[in-house]
Design a protein around this ligand. Structure first.
Ligand code: PLP
Length: 410
């Protein structure tokens, strides 16, 4: 029966075996043959797979151009990119006290661990209920004039944080801003891309991301001094253009391989088009899903001129679905052939690894009240970026699956 839910033995709205969702990255033979294989071959035959190679330089130039920043530096991971961006923006060697960084209490663990790694302490603050990004009012209330040195907003799921409000606060209190853009390639505020809205931006190219090389990261900045410090951090203390055996600063080796840059160059060329597709599909999806009581599509804040749509972050209210809990809804939606997730299970301050550090070293972590983050952890439903690369018909499958679940339960 068409109306019987797939979790109860009915036919799924989408048969994902016969009709799989688009995959991202593409990993298609045509892409391999026309774009990837020739570049990997070039690196291999050049016998310059690391230092001195050309691919990373080319990627850095193209990424800087894409982001609208003067500089971009490829790194092995997004986590390292955040550490490097903080090291650059705050001139941290990692040995002295790095001061306090304010971060949202709804994010991936690396936002916090990268700051702790640079010997900063952290203050967790609440988020905006409409877009799940750091709440500027909560930031302002949390500032400790004796300790706070930076704000580290996360463009969660690809929705840019309120950078204008954060900039005003930062300027007023003499703070730096470093953006965690790990989930936000291509996102823009009032026409300016994320990563170009602060002292430094940090991106991730980990395998789930909208632009990926399996693992990888990038730091963007307009500031030459920040660039020099990030460069030293990742390249054993060297100066850009400096001699190979001279180390004007202390640094580490966070240099990635040329092969990864060779993978990213053609993929970067497709990012803007894919981002536009995701935005168009998300807009259509939201218009349709708005009609379904109890399911709230993500809201776009007025400053967003382009969402990154790494995640489509919606909210679920059991009242619209006959009182069924979210866990059951996610199970039912998955069974209908729509991959989905509840997202982060708790505000980051309550995750065991962080809570353990806070207990052992109370001086390192301040947690401000985070009722909105708590609430969002209970209500959120995430759909992933690859679904948004599908066709209009694919979006109709999502709408139909949610409507079907509601019909069955109400
Ligand atoms: C918000 C956020 N920050 C930082 C990272 C860390 O990036 P990576 O996994 O490349 O180290 C990720 C993703 O994994 C992330 O989602």
């Amino acid at each position: 029966m068409a109306n019987q839910l797939a979790i109860s033995g009915g036919t799924p709205v989408r048969d994902t075996e016969k009709d799989p969702w688009p995959i991202s990255p593409l990993n298609a033979v045509e892409e391999w043959e026309s774009e990837i294989e020739p570049r990997l071959r070039e690196v291999y035959l050049s016998a310059t797979e690391g230092l001195g190679g050309q691919k990373i330089e080319e990627l850095n130039e193209k990424y800087a151009e894409y982001s609208g920043t003067k500089y971009a530096m490829f790194m092995p991971h997004g986590t390292d990119a955040i550490s490097a961006a903080l090291a650059g923006a705050l001139d941290l060697d990692g040995f002295g006290d790095g001061g306090e960084v304010i971060i949202p209490n709804y994010t991936f663990v690396a936002t916090a661990s990268a700051a702790l790694d640079r010997n900063c302490t952290i203050a967790f603050v609440d988020i905006d209920p409409d877009n799940f990004t750091i709440d500027p009012a909560a930031v302002e209330a949390a500032i400790d004039p004796n300790r706070t040195r930076a704000i580290l907003p996360v463009h969660l799921g690809g929705h840019p944080a309120n950078m204008e409000a954060l900039r005003q606060i930062a300027d007023q209190h003499g703070l730096a801003i470093v953006e965690d853009c790990a989930q936000a390639h291509g996102a823009a505020c009032q026409g300016t891309k994320v990563g170009a809205l602060s002292d430094a931006g940090a991106f991730s190219f980990q395998s789930s991301k909208n632009l990926t090389s399996g693992e990888g990261g990038m730091v963007t900045t307009d500031d030459k001094d920040v660039r020099d410090r990030v460069y030293a951090f990742m390249n054993v203390g060297r100066a850009p253009g400096g001699a190979r055996w001279e180390y004007p600063r202390l640094g580490w080796n966070y240099r990635p391989s040329e092969y990864l840059a060779a993978l990213l160059i053609p993929r970067l060329g497709r990012l803007e088009r894919q981002t536009k597709t995701r935005n168009a599909n998300a807009a259509y999806l939201s218009t349709e899903l708005k009609q379904i009581e109890g399911f709230t599509p993500p809201k776009l804040s007025p400053w967003v001129t382009q969402h990154g749509y790494h995640l489509y972050c919606a909210k679920y209210d059991p009242e619209g679905f006959g009182g069924m809990p979210r866990s059951k809804f996610l199970e039912a939606l998955g069974a209908e052939g729509i991959p989905c997730s509840s997202g982060y299970g708790a505000p980051l301050s309550r995750e065991a690894g962080i809570a353990h550090v806070a207990k052992k070293y109370p001086r390192l972590i301040r947690t401000l009240p985070s009722p909105v983050a708590e609430q969002v952890c209970q209500e959120s439903v995430w759909l992933f970026q690859n679904l948004l690369l599908g066709s209009r018909k694919d979006m109709d499958y999502i709408v139909e699956a949610i409507a079907k679940i509601q019909r069955a339960w109400t």
